[in-house]
Design a protein around this ligand. Structure first.
Ligand code: PGA
Length: 261
């Protein structure tokens, strides 16, 4: 699959919300107005238990689905884990890796992130690789250093071709689920850094084509100004993706912003 940042990429991370029937209801509503989304790449990321039904409901739709995490082994005695093969089997094309909630509550490290990215790519799943700083790190002026370390350790040993298959999501931890959003300028500063870093390490083409998402309290009211920034190619949306109306509004605002870029 060739990736393009020519249209906005809007992914809804449903976290630990929605039963299978609730998730199906939500995608059915999204699908009714599917024609709105030709100018955006839409992805929904339900809990594992809803993937199968959501996939069936979305047959023939341009909305893609993804998993919220993936283990690095394909199979084996790893109770509670899920593999890339299994995600692929239920129709996933994307997978979130290294979300700050996984790092914070479930011991995720840059080293385990790297293994998960490798496993995802070996099954043609596009990783949505999450990075971002805490409030304390931002206040100490360590944002760029933090993001740079997450990139260099999470992508260590990968070549240009591999990095071109990865989507990066910059999610400042202090903005996730808090209602606080990075200003467009704050977000652009980090996105610009990430793109430059990718260009320097993996060549100009990798940097210029990279899809770099912003995440952290994205809602209809702030989507336009964020997405208008040069290096912001889309959004990873949590809370506001749980309601069809707000998720749709975000997609519309993103399309509008892209037209004006
Ligand atoms: P939020 O979550 O939009 O609810 O802040 C974003 C995320 O965690 O990906």
């Amino acid at each position: 699959m060739t990736m393009t940042n020519q249209k906005p990429f809007i992914a809804g991370n449903w976290k630990l919300f929605l039963t299978s029937s609730e998730a199906v209801e939500l995608v059915s509503t999204l699908q009714e107005i599917n024609h709105e989304f030709e100018e955006a790449q839409m992805v929904v990321i339900p809990p594992f238990t809803a993937l199968c039904d959501v996939h069936i409901t979305l047959q023939g739709s341009s909305i893609q689905i993804g998993g919220q995490n993936v283990y690095w082994e394909e199979q084996g005695a790893y109770t509670g884990e899920i593999s890339a093969l299994m995600l692929k089997d239920v129709g996933c094309t994307y997978v979130i890796i290294g979300h700050s909630e996984r790092r914070q509550y479930f011991g995720e490290t840059n080293a385990t992130v790297k293994k998960r990215i490798k496993a995802a790519l070996s099954h043609d799943l596009t990783p949505i690789f999450c990075i971002g700083e805490s409030l304390e790190e931002r206040e100490k002026g360590e944002t760029i250093h933090k993001v740079q370390t997450q990139i260099s350790e999470g992508l260590e040993g990968f070549n240009e071709d591999t990095v071109q298959k990865i989507i990066i999501a910059y999610e400042p931890i202090w903005a996730i689920g808090t209602g606080l959003t990075a200003t467009p300028e704050q977000a652009q500063e980090v996105h610009g850094f990430i793109r430059n870093e990718l260009s320097e390490k993996y060549g100009n083409e990798t940097g210029s084509c990279a899809i770099i998402l912003y995440g952290g309290s994205v809602k209809p009211a702030n989507t336009f100004s964020l997405l208008k920034e040069k290096d912001i190619n889309g959004a990873l949306v949590g809370g506001a993706s749980l309601k069809a109306e707000s998720f749709i509004e975000i997609a519309k605002e993103a399309i509008k912003a892209y037209k004006e870029k």
